[in-house]
Ligand binder design. Sequence first.
Ligand code: KIV
Ligand code: NA
Length: 276
Amino acid sequence: RTKVTLATLRKLYKRREPITVMTAHDFPTGTLVDKAGIDMTLVGDSLAMVALGYTSTSEITLDEMLHHCRAVARGTRSSFLVADMPFGTYETSPEQAVANAVRIIKEGKAEAVKLEGGRELAPTIARLTKVGIPVLGHIGLTPQRQASLGGYKVQGKTVAKAMALLEDALALQEAGCYGIVLEAVPEPVARHVTNMLSVPTIGIGAGVGCSGQVLVQQDMLGLYGRVPKFCKTYRNLADEIVGALKEYSADVKSGAFPAEEHCYPMPQEELVKFLR
Ligand code: KIV
Ligand code: NA
Protein backbone atom coordinates (compact mmCIF):
# COMPACT_ATOMS: atom_id res chain seq x y z
CA ARG A 1 0.00 0.00 0.00
CA THR A 2 1.31 3.45 -0.87
CA LYS A 3 1.88 6.08 1.80
CA VAL A 4 -1.23 7.99 2.86
CA THR A 5 -0.53 11.74 2.75
CA LEU A 6 -2.65 14.86 3.18
CA ALA A 7 -3.20 14.70 -0.60
CA THR A 8 -4.56 11.15 -0.26
CA LEU A 9 -6.96 12.24 2.48
CA ARG A 10 -8.04 15.17 0.33
CA LYS A 11 -8.69 12.79 -2.57
CA LEU A 12 -10.78 10.45 -0.41
CA TYR A 13 -12.79 13.43 0.83
CA LYS A 14 -13.33 14.74 -2.72
CA ARG A 15 -14.67 11.42 -3.92
CA ARG A 16 -16.80 11.08 -0.77
CA GLU A 17 -15.07 7.89 0.30
CA PRO A 18 -15.28 7.64 4.11
CA ILE A 19 -11.89 8.17 5.80
CA THR A 20 -10.97 5.48 8.33
CA VAL A 21 -9.18 6.51 11.52
CA MET A 22 -8.16 4.25 14.41
CA THR A 23 -6.17 4.89 17.58
CA ALA A 24 -2.94 3.10 18.49
CA HIS A 25 -0.70 3.53 21.51
CA ASP A 26 2.31 1.27 21.00
CA PHE A 27 4.27 -0.73 18.41
CA PRO A 28 1.93 -3.75 18.11
CA THR A 29 -1.33 -1.74 18.05
CA GLY A 30 0.21 0.65 15.52
CA THR A 31 1.41 -2.21 13.33
CA LEU A 32 -2.06 -3.81 13.34
CA VAL A 33 -3.80 -0.58 12.31
CA ASP A 34 -1.31 -0.09 9.50
CA LYS A 35 -1.66 -3.70 8.35
CA ALA A 36 -5.46 -3.33 8.24
CA GLY A 37 -5.09 -0.51 5.73
CA ILE A 38 -6.61 2.20 7.94
CA ASP A 39 -6.13 5.65 6.38
CA MET A 40 -5.07 7.54 9.50
CA THR A 41 -3.53 6.35 12.79
CA LEU A 42 -4.24 8.50 15.83
CA VAL A 43 -2.02 8.38 18.88
CA GLY A 44 -4.90 9.69 20.97
CA ASP A 45 -4.43 10.88 24.52
CA SER A 46 -7.16 8.35 25.34
CA LEU A 47 -4.09 6.14 25.83
CA ALA A 48 -3.80 7.86 29.21
CA MET A 49 -6.84 5.85 30.25
CA VAL A 50 -6.78 2.72 28.05
CA ALA A 51 -3.03 2.07 28.19
CA LEU A 52 -1.78 3.81 31.34
CA GLY A 53 -4.73 3.54 33.71
CA TYR A 54 -5.13 7.25 34.47
CA THR A 55 -8.67 8.32 35.35
CA SER A 56 -8.76 11.11 32.73
CA THR A 57 -6.82 12.19 29.64
CA SER A 58 -5.73 15.50 31.18
CA GLU A 59 -3.21 13.72 33.41
CA ILE A 60 -0.86 12.58 30.66
CA THR A 61 2.39 14.49 30.08
CA LEU A 62 4.04 15.43 26.79
CA ASP A 63 6.99 13.13 27.53
CA GLU A 64 4.63 10.19 28.04
CA MET A 65 2.84 10.96 24.76
CA LEU A 66 6.17 11.22 22.92
CA HIS A 67 7.26 7.84 24.27
CA HIS A 68 4.07 6.18 22.96
CA CYS A 69 4.05 8.13 19.70
CA ARG A 70 7.56 6.97 18.80
CA ALA A 71 6.52 3.36 19.41
CA VAL A 72 3.47 3.70 17.14
CA ALA A 73 5.60 5.43 14.50
CA ARG A 74 7.98 2.43 14.42
CA GLY A 75 5.03 0.25 13.41
CA THR A 76 3.51 2.67 10.90
CA ARG A 77 4.41 2.54 7.22
CA SER A 78 1.50 3.72 5.08
CA SER A 79 -1.07 5.18 7.46
CA PHE A 80 -1.05 8.97 8.07
CA LEU A 81 0.17 9.45 11.64
CA VAL A 82 -1.38 12.10 13.87
CA ALA A 83 -0.84 12.57 17.61
CA ASP A 84 -2.83 14.39 20.28
CA MET A 85 -1.30 17.40 22.00
CA PRO A 86 -1.78 16.70 25.73
CA PHE A 87 -3.77 19.03 27.96
CA GLY A 88 -1.58 21.93 29.07
CA THR A 89 0.83 21.86 26.13
CA TYR A 90 -0.88 24.31 23.74
CA GLU A 91 -3.35 26.55 25.62
CA THR A 92 -0.96 29.23 26.94
CA SER A 93 0.12 30.76 23.63
CA PRO A 94 0.72 29.98 19.96
CA GLU A 95 4.46 29.97 20.83
CA GLN A 96 3.94 27.27 23.44
CA ALA A 97 1.87 25.26 20.96
CA VAL A 98 4.50 25.53 18.21
CA ALA A 99 7.35 24.54 20.55
CA ASN A 100 5.47 21.45 21.76
CA ALA A 101 4.05 20.49 18.36
CA VAL A 102 7.59 20.60 16.97
CA ARG A 103 8.59 18.05 19.64
CA ILE A 104 5.65 15.82 18.63
CA ILE A 105 6.82 15.93 15.00
CA LYS A 106 10.59 15.65 15.66
CA GLU A 107 10.72 13.36 18.69
CA GLY A 108 7.35 11.65 18.36
CA LYS A 109 7.73 11.12 14.59
CA ALA A 110 4.09 12.11 13.96
CA GLU A 111 3.07 13.83 10.73
CA ALA A 112 0.35 16.02 12.26
CA VAL A 113 -1.06 17.08 15.62
CA LYS A 114 -4.59 17.17 17.01
CA LEU A 115 -5.80 19.62 19.63
CA GLU A 116 -9.13 20.10 21.37
CA GLY A 117 -11.10 23.32 21.23
CA GLY A 118 -13.00 25.81 19.10
CA ARG A 119 -12.54 29.35 17.76
CA GLU A 120 -10.43 30.39 20.80
CA LEU A 121 -7.65 28.25 19.29
CA ALA A 122 -7.84 29.76 15.80
CA PRO A 123 -4.70 31.94 16.21
CA THR A 124 -2.77 28.92 17.56
CA ILE A 125 -3.89 26.67 14.70
CA ALA A 126 -3.10 29.38 12.14
CA ARG A 127 0.43 29.64 13.55
CA LEU A 128 0.96 25.88 13.55
CA THR A 129 -0.21 25.45 9.97
CA LYS A 130 1.86 28.46 8.87
CA VAL A 131 5.05 26.82 10.15
CA GLY A 132 4.15 23.60 8.32
CA ILE A 133 2.53 21.48 11.01
CA PRO A 134 -0.78 19.99 9.82
CA VAL A 135 -3.52 20.29 12.45
CA LEU A 136 -6.57 18.11 13.02
CA GLY A 137 -9.23 19.95 15.05
CA HIS A 138 -11.45 18.36 17.69
CA ILE A 139 -14.77 19.87 18.84
CA GLY A 140 -18.03 18.69 20.40
CA LEU A 141 -17.19 16.56 23.42
CA THR A 142 -13.60 17.48 24.24
CA PRO A 143 -12.49 15.04 26.97
CA GLN A 144 -9.60 17.26 28.13
CA ARG A 145 -12.29 19.75 29.24
CA GLN A 146 -14.69 17.20 30.69
CA ALA A 147 -14.62 18.89 34.11
CA SER A 148 -15.85 22.20 32.71
CA LEU A 149 -18.34 20.40 30.44
CA GLY A 150 -19.77 18.67 33.52
CA GLY A 151 -18.76 15.18 32.39
CA TYR A 152 -18.73 13.16 29.18
CA LYS A 153 -21.96 14.47 27.64
CA VAL A 154 -23.40 14.88 24.16
CA GLN A 155 -22.68 18.38 22.82
CA GLY A 156 -24.72 20.64 20.51
CA LYS A 157 -28.22 19.50 21.45
CA THR A 158 -29.82 22.97 21.44
CA VAL A 159 -30.06 25.38 18.49
CA ALA A 160 -27.70 27.82 20.21
CA LYS A 161 -25.13 25.11 20.95
CA ALA A 162 -25.40 23.60 17.46
CA MET A 163 -24.85 27.08 15.97
CA ALA A 164 -21.82 27.60 18.22
CA LEU A 165 -20.45 24.24 17.10
CA LEU A 166 -20.81 25.24 13.45
CA GLU A 167 -19.10 28.58 14.15
CA ASP A 168 -16.23 26.73 15.82
CA ALA A 169 -15.93 24.32 12.89
CA LEU A 170 -15.81 27.19 10.39
CA ALA A 171 -13.21 29.03 12.49
CA LEU A 172 -11.02 25.90 12.65
CA GLN A 173 -11.31 25.42 8.89
CA GLU A 174 -10.44 29.08 8.31
CA ALA A 175 -7.42 28.72 10.63
CA GLY A 176 -6.12 25.89 8.43
CA CYS A 177 -7.21 22.56 9.96
CA TYR A 178 -6.97 19.74 7.41
CA GLY A 179 -9.87 18.00 9.15
CA ILE A 180 -12.02 18.22 12.27
CA VAL A 181 -13.01 15.51 14.74
CA LEU A 182 -16.64 15.79 15.86
CA GLU A 183 -17.19 13.89 19.10
CA ALA A 184 -20.56 13.06 20.67
CA VAL A 185 -22.71 15.36 18.56
CA PRO A 186 -26.30 14.65 17.39
CA GLU A 187 -26.26 13.01 13.96
CA PRO A 188 -28.17 15.81 12.12
CA VAL A 189 -25.90 18.48 13.61
CA ALA A 190 -22.74 16.61 12.56
CA ARG A 191 -24.22 16.07 9.09
CA HIS A 192 -25.04 19.76 8.70
CA VAL A 193 -21.62 20.88 9.95
CA THR A 194 -20.01 18.42 7.51
CA ASN A 195 -22.07 19.82 4.64
CA MET A 196 -21.06 23.40 5.50
CA LEU A 197 -17.34 22.61 5.48
CA SER A 198 -14.81 22.05 2.71
CA VAL A 199 -12.50 19.93 4.90
CA PRO A 200 -13.36 16.42 6.14
CA THR A 201 -15.05 15.77 9.47
CA ILE A 202 -14.07 12.66 11.41
CA GLY A 203 -16.92 11.49 13.58
CA ILE A 204 -16.95 9.61 16.86
CA GLY A 205 -20.46 9.36 18.22
CA ALA A 206 -21.55 11.76 15.47
CA GLY A 207 -23.30 9.49 12.96
CA VAL A 208 -22.75 8.42 9.40
CA GLY A 209 -23.03 11.92 7.91
CA CYS A 210 -19.38 12.69 8.71
CA SER A 211 -16.57 12.38 6.14
CA GLY A 212 -14.88 9.66 8.18
CA GLN A 213 -15.00 7.75 11.45
CA VAL A 214 -12.67 7.15 14.39
CA LEU A 215 -12.85 4.73 17.31
CA VAL A 216 -10.56 3.93 20.21
CA GLN A 217 -8.97 0.57 19.45
CA GLN A 218 -9.29 -0.85 23.00
CA ASP A 219 -12.97 0.06 23.01
CA MET A 220 -13.84 -1.54 19.66
CA LEU A 221 -11.84 -4.67 20.50
CA GLY A 222 -13.48 -5.10 23.91
CA LEU A 223 -10.20 -4.64 25.77
CA TYR A 224 -11.19 -1.77 28.04
CA GLY A 225 -14.00 -1.90 30.62
CA ARG A 226 -16.90 0.40 29.94
CA VAL A 227 -17.61 1.35 26.34
CA PRO A 228 -19.59 4.47 25.33
CA LYS A 229 -22.94 4.12 23.52
CA PHE A 230 -21.44 5.26 20.22
CA CYS A 231 -18.81 2.52 20.13
CA LYS A 232 -19.43 -0.72 18.26
CA THR A 233 -17.60 -3.58 19.98
CA TYR A 234 -16.29 -5.67 17.07
CA ARG A 235 -14.64 -8.30 19.27
CA ASN A 236 -14.51 -9.22 22.92
CA LEU A 237 -10.76 -9.73 23.07
CA ALA A 238 -10.56 -9.31 26.85
CA ASP A 239 -12.64 -12.50 27.23
CA GLU A 240 -10.41 -14.27 24.67
CA ILE A 241 -7.25 -13.18 26.47
CA VAL A 242 -8.46 -14.05 29.98
CA GLY A 243 -9.57 -17.45 28.62
CA ALA A 244 -6.12 -18.08 27.15
CA LEU A 245 -4.37 -16.98 30.36
CA LYS A 246 -6.56 -19.30 32.45
CA GLU A 247 -5.78 -22.22 30.11
CA TYR A 248 -2.08 -21.46 30.40
CA SER A 249 -2.32 -21.32 34.18
CA ALA A 250 -4.18 -24.65 34.32
CA ASP A 251 -1.65 -26.24 31.91
CA VAL A 252 1.30 -25.13 34.05
CA LYS A 253 -0.34 -26.35 37.27
CA SER A 254 -1.15 -29.74 35.69
CA GLY A 255 2.19 -30.12 33.92
CA ALA A 256 0.53 -30.18 30.46
CA PHE A 257 2.73 -27.24 29.47
CA PRO A 258 5.48 -27.21 28.35
CA ALA A 259 5.10 -30.35 26.21
CA GLU A 260 7.89 -32.07 24.28
CA GLU A 261 7.44 -29.88 21.19
CA HIS A 262 8.22 -26.80 23.28
CA CYS A 263 11.57 -28.18 24.49
CA TYR A 264 15.09 -28.08 23.01
CA PRO A 265 16.78 -31.46 22.52
CA MET A 266 20.45 -32.18 23.30
CA PRO A 267 22.58 -34.49 21.11
CA GLN A 268 22.39 -38.01 22.61
CA GLU A 269 26.17 -38.48 23.06
CA GLU A 270 26.45 -35.12 24.84
CA LEU A 271 23.53 -35.99 27.06
CA VAL A 272 25.03 -39.33 28.08
CA LYS A 273 28.31 -37.66 29.08
CA PHE A 274 26.46 -34.87 30.86
CA LEU A 275 24.40 -37.25 32.98
CA ARG A 276 27.30 -39.58 33.80
O1 KIV B 1 -7.78 10.39 22.31
C1 KIV B 1 -8.47 9.87 21.41
O2 KIV B 1 -8.47 8.64 21.21
C2 KIV B 1 -9.30 10.75 20.59
C3 KIV B 1 -10.28 10.14 19.64
C4 KIV B 1 -11.35 9.42 20.37
C5 KIV B 1 -10.84 11.15 18.71
O3 KIV B 1 -9.18 11.93 20.71
NA1 NA C 1 -7.91 12.62 22.47
